[in-house]
Ligand binder design. Sequence first.
Ligand SMILES: [Zn+2]
Length: 390
Amino acid sequence: MANTETSENTARHLLKDAAQGRDISEAYNNLPNEEKRAIFQVMNKMERGEIPGFPSSKLLLEGVDTDDDGTKDQLGSVYNKAKKTSVFRDRPDSVYSVYDGDTLNGIAEKSLNSCLAPDDFKGRADAGQIEKAAARIAKENELPAGAKLESGDELVIPGNLVAPGRYGDQQKLVKGMPLPTSNMGADSDRLVRTKEVLNSMPEPVLDLLKDSGVKVVVSHDLCHEEPSQAMDTPRGYGYGETAEQSPAEYDPDAKELRVRQNYKLHDGTTKVSSADDFADSVRHESGHAVDAALGEISHTKQFEDAYQKDVAALSQEQRDEFDYYLIGSENKEDLTGREETFAQAFAAGLKDEKLTSNPDDATHETDRNFLKAFPNVEKLVKEKLQDHLD
Ligand SMILES: [Zn+2]
């Protein structure tokens, strides 16, 4: 591995040369792969506007002749090309939860064919590719030959094995949004929707999100975000389920809430999120961000008491409907259900009638039932928000 600081310095020198109009193509091409990767990362930051004291990004994107063909290429397009080369292999891995009946070959096939349209026969992996990928997954997970997979086993699926050759969209910063927001292939009505929902929140809540550095990504679907994670089984999801089935998520490390226009159903068909469901997702993921910003209320004793009181009073029917919120309810270590319950109580409690698109949308009844099932949690979340509003 190259020294990070040296790599970044080389990257900065090269990019500065490029900014002054020098042709850096030869110098760039002669670099070892790690250094090329460093440049790529600097460009990536540059694109996100995260490089202070580096004001020449506009110039950099205006163009130099990087491939010696007599025409000026935009460094932006070098960045695009670089993104698609095998040099940049460090794509995020997926962690897949095995379900009953899964085989290594089946998982390999599903990985290679992730983010394909159901009728995209051209892009499908052949038997040889599947064999190879299965061997690679076995090696990565140190599975002995002929190992039997058990339901619930977690397998690391290398990022470049999942939906190989497919890449997310470039993030496009959207102007005039209440929180820093990037679009990755979503329709403009989804951005309008996101804006309305965020603006409908009490101002101190929105300020809290702003001040704690929360960002928003609105995407067409997971495959427009990061296809290499399409085999990841999200927290709280069942064995064999993948991130392609998830309509939204909150990433606490990046402080990013990601909301998707489309997601997949169990049978692999695409579901377009309804306007009301989409709005609910924006609120729910904001709920996770608020929970974190207020010091993780869902982890407190006070929350635990309210939650357990509600859980104890649930009917069997309610337990079935809201099983997602019960994950870990009998286990102090697993906070999934408590965090999800906080986020949904926040979402359902802050619903703004004025923003309802379709009063018959199923999400409204679910939310009403949710609040009936978790009255003590709802009350506590309201109190905590009120404390913050005061
Ligand atoms: Zn959640």
